[in-house]
Design a protein around this ligand. Structure first.
Ligand code: ADP
Ligand code: MG
Length: 486
């Protein structure tokens, strides 16, 4: 992988990044109450007494959230801890009525793991996962509806979160971006988080430090909270690294602080310094027993695991002969991978991949459609490729057929039949056309015979044109040479 080195007049620097990602768990109800997790409902309609922090209410752990967390841990190639426990993280905030968050502190449910990320030069890199714990989300404060008031929506309060903490393994904005895309892909395959950063269901804290290129030290880091798109995460890393370098090169020291990324400028500004860091006074949650998992239960979740993007990509490369790049693109989204496999079944998989990567995706883009809304079904795309493989139609005619398929949704055999687009492979019919082209163009024939042999291509072109693209190009090529040379 090409190294990301930041070079200034004074020297070379390397960036060091670790991410903490909050992922909303997909579950019908909240992690410690029975209220619905539905996104976008009327404010404060999905709030139980537990979520509202009413005195005397007791939390009950939602088994589905635990199940989802174990699945995710397995997807991160991580150790599932049979013993974990919940703690109270105490702080005051208006959108958290209990004044404490129930989270996992000393003993998280998931331990060390790793994710393999795909980089733009075709290489891959393993990023270490430090841990993953489960906790409850806070509510939402809304400050932009009134000039004088703030509003609170507790629908989100108590929704289950998985917090994934990586090791400080990233050395470039690109690696962090690739990691987030891969993580999102895995979570969506698993169905444990929808990964929508713009809706806040995946939120990223970005820790950045720099060090002189070639050194192995870990310098003071700053943390940017809740950066809400992959692009912004990459921008935050780039600009925060530059800020640190400037501080060091001017003889200063970087102070550990929490900063905020401003999407409108791409820059970061200080939120709080370390001396104002919270003292959360963590202690074991008295209302919940430790969470103890049996081997049988963990094994039963293992048995439910489906093929994840890396394994699928490897299989597409090894068993179906795809290039690493095509396999990576087709495996990022499970629906796309499933569509591809259905289309490729029994046909030339590489050709099907080519069609998906070019005309098919271009068509979806142009029509602003999701793959589930595609007018061209997987079966019909496979059938189109089969018609090309069997030389029933040429690649060129296939583009026209595809165009009609994407308008009408019809199957390609029917279109080819009805429009009379079958390729002409009958040599006598092709010979007749070539003879006509030769008879109509004596000057070019003479020029060819006088040594301008590249005119053969012109004769081929004319013949294909006269056949309305239906003559088999290989046969035309062969016959044109034979006729001109005899
Ligand atoms: P804390 O316990 O203070 O939150 P952690 O050790 O949990 O600190 O680290 C939080 C995040 O910061 C992790 O994602 C980690 O990879 C990252 N991190 C730690 N040290 C550095 C560093 N020197 N530069 C950049 N990121 C770092
Ligand atoms: Mg931390």
């Amino acid at each position: 992988m090409a190294e990301y080195i930041i070079e200034t007049a004074k020297g070379k620097w390397e960036v060091v990044v670790g991410l903490e990602i909050h992922c909303q768990i997909i579950s019908k109800s909240k992690i410690f109450s029975g209220a619905s997790t539905e996104f976008g409902d009327e404010p404060n309609t999905n709030v139980s007494f537990v979520d509202a922090g009413m005195p005397g209410m007791l939390p009950t752990l939602n088994k589905e959230c635990v199940h989802q967390a174990i699945k995710t841990g397995l997807g991160l190639n991580a150790k599932i801890n049979k013993y974990s426990e919940f703690s109270r993280k105490n702080y005051f905030y208006a959108d958290m009525p209990t004044d404490y968050q129930i989270t996992q502190f000393r003993y998280p449910i998931v331990g060390e793991g790793n994710i393999c990320v795909d980089l733009s030069d075709g290489s891959t890199k393993n990023i270490g996962i430090e841990r993953m714990h489960i906790e409850q989300d806070a509510g939402k404060s809304i400050h932009d509806l009134s000039p004088t008031k703030s509003f609170i929506d507790l629908n989100r309060a108590g929704v289950g979160l998985m917090e994934i903490v990586t090791k400080p393994d990233f050395r470039s904005p690109e690696e962090a971006g690739a990691f987030l895309r891969k993580l999102r892909s895995i979570l969506r395959y698993l169905g444990t988080c929808d990964g929508n950063m713009d809706e806040g269901s995946m939120r990223c804290d970005v820790n950045v430090s720099v060090r002189p290129y070639g050194s192995n030290e870990f310098r003071t880091r700053c943390e940017m909270k809740n950066v809400n798109s992959v692009k912004f995460v990459m921008q935050a890393i780039e600009n925060e690294a530059k800020r640190h370098i400037e501080v060091y090169e001017n003889g200063g020291t970087v102070e550990q602080e929490t900063r905020q990324f401003d999407p409108s400028t791409g820059l970061t500004k200080v939120m709080r310094k370390k001396e104002f860091a919270h003292d959360y006074r963590y202690f074991p949650e008295p209302d919940l027993p430790p969470l103890i998992l049996t081997d049988e239960y963990i094994d039963s979740v293992k048995n439910e695991m489906i093929e994840l993007p890396d394994a699928k990509k490897q299989r597409f490369i090894e068993k179906l002969g795809l290039t690493a790049y095509d396999a990576m693109v087709l495996c990022e989204n499970k629906e796309v991978a499933d569509f591809f496999e259905k289309a490729a079944a029994g046909h030339d998989a590489k050709k099907v991949a080519n069609w998906m990567m070019s005309d098919f995706f271009a068509m979806l883009n142009k029509k602003h459609l999701e793959i589930s809304q595609s007018p061209v079904s997987a079966e019909n795309l496979g059938a189109l490729v089969e018609l090309i493989s069997k030389e029933v139609i040429s690649g060129k005619i296939a583009k026209d057929v595809f165009e009609i398929m994407s308008e009408t949704g019809e199957n390609p055999e029917k279109i080819v039949e009805e429009k009379g687009l079958k390729q002409v492979t009958d040599t006598s019919a092709i010979e007749a056309i070539i003879e006509k082209v030769i008879a109509d163009n004596p000057d070019n024939v003479a020029a060819y015979k006088n040594g301008k042999t590249n005119l053969a291509g012109w004769f081929v072109g004319q013949t294909l044109k006269l056949s309305q693209g239906k003559a088999n190009p290989q046969i035309v090529n062969k016959l044109v040479k034979e006729k001109l040379d005899n």
